[in-house]
Design a protein around this ligand. Structure first.
Ligand SMILES: Cc1ncc(C[n+]2csc(CCOP(=O)(O)OP(=O)(O)O)c2C)c(N)n1
Ligand code: SF4
Ligand SMILES: [Mg+2]
Length: 293
């Protein structure tokens, strides 16, 4: 984690002045506030911090926080973030995007990102619908969920995202709720401080299109793992059991954490300095190309 050279004096300095078009009451507001508070409290240097998104309502995030930003393509935030991290591994890289983005079209990148274990943080705004395209069923919509794309109710079961993440080899797996900003801020701070790929699934009400999974629906079901002193987030089997819980009771908090080597740790070419700092003026690649002439 890269700390501040240019210290922020207050969280408002992270405002960009860009107009936001989220619906009033959208859970994305809480996520943005928690993210800004986390960046501020960790004293991250905005010039050494990058927010990368995909496409979706929540993926508007890079326009709304004054750090470096990249609003990429639907489902492609992880590969873009991977390139950035490898180009300059001193940067704090935060990926953000929706459930459709990360668990649908971007699922392949998500699972390989987890096992690759770059030192990045991935916040998934999980509203259980495709918000931007007007409310279609998403991979996390529960069985029977009705929308314009599944008017008779979706036949598939909703994806068990936390179990997928665990099985893919994640080293930090957490869940939080957009309606509980202090909890979410704490999870984001822990995720950024974790050395490795941190996956944080955020339950995010979409007040316009998802009339089932509302603030109240989540509030009636969520409970905090941190309240149970016997819960051990380094115990893989315990974490798998929690990852399977969904429905009447939904755990939020740190499910699992493991210390493992990161991808950057084992790349000899960036052992001494980031790729961007390498001098490329006097490199002769002719000998490498000779076999192909
Ligand atoms: C390659 C590609 N396919 C489809 C789309 C259309 N599209 C844009 S956003 C989106 C889904 C957004 O849902 P989600 O990722 O859950 O974000 P939310 O809007 O709910 O925050 C889709 C299908 C696109 N922009 N690009
Ligand atoms: S459509 Fe849903 S997710 Fe999109 S801004 Fe509105 S409330 Fe938020
Ligand atoms: Mg969504």
């Amino acid at each position: 984690m890269s700390k501040s050279l240019k210290m922020l004096e207050n969280v408002q300095e992270l405002e960009t002045g860009s107009k936001c078009n989220w619906c009033p009451g959208c859970g994305d507001f809480g996520i943005m506030l928690a993210l800004k508070q986390a960046v501020f409290e960790l004293k991250l240097d905005p010039e050494e911090t990058m927010v990368v998104s995909g496409i979706g309502c929540g993926s508007q995030a890079p326009h709304l926080i004054k750090v470096y930003g990249f609003h990429s393509l639907h489902g492609r935030a992880v590969p873009v973030a991977t390139g950035m991290k490898l180009a300059n591994h001193k940067m704090n890289v935060i990926i953000i995007g929706g459930d459709g983005d990360g668990y649908g079209i971007g699922m392949g990148h998500f699972v390989h990102g987890l096992r690759r274990n770059l030192n990045v943080t991935y916040l998934i705004q999980n509203n259980q619908v495709y918000g931007l395209t007007k409310g279609q069923t998403s991979p996390t919509s529960d069985h029977g969920y009705k929308s314009k794309s599944t008017p008779e109710g979706v036949i598939e079961m909703g994806m068990r995202t936390m179990s997928v993440s665990m099985a893919a080899g994640a080293t930090f797996v957490a869940r939080s709720f957009a309606g509980d900003i202090p909890h979410l801020k704490s999870m984001i701070m822990q995720g950024i401080q974790h050395k490795g790929f941190a996956h944080i699934d955020i339950l995010q009400p979409c007040v316009t299109f998802n009339k089932i999974n509302t603030y109240q629906w989540y509030q009636e079901r969520i409970y905090k793992l941190g309240d149970d002193e016997s819960y051990d987030p380094t115990n893989r089997m315990m974490a798998f059991a929690k990852a399977e819980e969904w429905g009447d009771k939904i755990p939020i908090g740190l499910y699992y954490k493991e210390d493992r080597w990161t991808y950057e740790d084992e790349l000899p070419m960036i052992a001494e300095q980031p790729l961007v700092a390498h001098d490329i003026n006097n490199i002769d690649i002719t000998p490498d190309l000779e076999p192909y002439f």
